[in-house]
Design a protein around this ligand. Structure first.
Ligand SMILES: NC(=O)c1ccc[n+]([C@@H]2O[C@H](COP(=O)([O-])OP(=O)(O)OC[C@H]3O[C@@H](n4cnc5c(N)ncnc54)[C@H](OP(=O)(O)O)[C@@H]3O)[C@@H](O)[C@H]2O)c1
Length: 331
């Protein structure tokens, strides 16, 4: 366990899934947490917790970010726009990150942990990916802007001297995850569970507490400065093991392998449709990507930081079950 006693830490994205978990853990470990929120009362998950204070601010407002960063020792920059068109995501993810880095410089913040994503590598790699694998995000707005945000972190660090560390999580599941827990559970609950193919490709998942753990290590470890780290299961479970785990929570083990060919045929049309809407997607690449057996390698975190993910898939799913029951999704 790390110790943040006496430190003031700004957490952006604190009203979201990962940021909320980061804020709570930091408060547990003695930090005074400034939880960035865009709207009053948006921080209900954090209300009433000692040492967590909500501060109003939008990433896209440089003045608000400067005010939020004043007096902070560390910033954990979790916030991002995960959907919508390129202009919207560029504004929040790229220019917003620039505002965070410049606010950090103005406030004399000791270190910024920037939460990025394995999305920066794009969907093209069908073999193992390590941190020095070149980024090929393509034109999917999320992947592209997360990659551009990393460039901004580097540029601003060179220009201002602010120390940084970059965290690249895989698909984060756990309590309060809409995408990789609530939605995947609803899919797994379907009996049989429909999926394109036999589900033997790798699912690049990571339990939320492991991501929080690594974020806190990156905030303090001397070897983390100026470095980027993957954060995903290595070895990775298959899609069938991951979604099938949710099926087992729902009381069955039946899988319906849909033929992949129709998905492959329709994918380019779907890509054209979204391209015309100004929100490019890469379904044509995503299908082979999801069928590949590969890992986002964790060797660098093991070697430089002595850190590895701790929560096994079985344990993670058990912890999700508690939350799914609380939410009334699992009986
Ligand atoms: N979830 C995953 O599987 C996953 C995987 C890899 C990387 N990541 C990265 O992890 C981070 C957190 O993801 P998440 O799943 O926790 O997402 P989330 O639940 O959607 O939370 C996103 C947070 O960002 C805030 N935000 C968005 N735009 C903002 C802006 N312009 N100004 C201030 N705050 C803004 C949101 O505030 P509001 O509450 O006001 O909307 C929310 O607090 C992101 O950087 C994401 O790229 C996530």
């Amino acid at each position: 366990m790390s110790d943040f006693t006496g430190q003031t830490v700004l957490v952006t994205g604190a009203t979201g899934f990962l940021g909320g978990a980061v804020a709570r853990r930091l408060a547990d470990e003695g930090a005074h947490v400034r939880a960035l929120a865009r709207r009053p009362n948006a921080d209900s998950y954090l209300q009433g917790i000692p040492r967590i204070e909500a501060v109003m601010g939008n990433l896209t407002n440089a003045g608000q970010m400067r005010a939020a960063a004043k007096g902070c020792t560390t910033i954990i920059h979790v916030a991002a726009a995960l959907g919508s068109n390129l202009a919207h995501q560029q504004h929040a993810n790229v220019e917003g990150t620039r505002n965070v880095m410049q606010a950090a410089a103005a406030a004399g913040v000791g270190r910024v942990v920037h939460v990025s994503s394995i999305a920066v590598y794009g969907y093209g790699y069908l073999t193992d990916v390590s941190e020095d694998t070149p980024q090929q995000p393509g034109n999917v707005p999320y992947n592209l802007t997360k990659s551009q945000a990393e460039t901004v972190v580097l540029e601003e660090s060179v220009r201002t001297g602010v120390q940084y560390s970059i965290l690249r999580p895989g698909m984060i599941y756990g309590p309060r995850s809409n995408g990789w827990t609530a939605t995947m559970f609803k899919l797994g609950k379907r009996k049989p569970t429909p999926f394109p193919g036999d589900g033997s490709g790798s699912a690049h998942i990571i339990y939320v507490d492991d991501v929080v753990d690594l974020a806190l290590v990156l905030a303090q470890h001397p070897a983390a400065v100026g470095e980027a780290f993957n954060c995903a299961s290595d070895p990775a479970p298959t899609w069938r093991e991951f979604i099938g785990g949710y099926s087992r929570l729902a009381g069955h083990d039946r899988w319906l392998a849909l033929p992949v060919l129709p998905f492959k045929l329709i994918a380019p049309l779907v890509d054209v449709y979204f391209g015309l809407r100004g929100e490019p997607q890469a379904l044509s690449h995503l299908i082979p990507f999801m069928q590949a057996r590969k890992v986002y390698r964790m060797e660098k975190a093991r070697r430089l930081l002595g850190w590895s993910p701790r929560v096994s898939l079985d344990e993670g799913l058990e912890r999700c079950a508690v939350w799914l029951r609380q939410e009334g999704l699992l009986r």
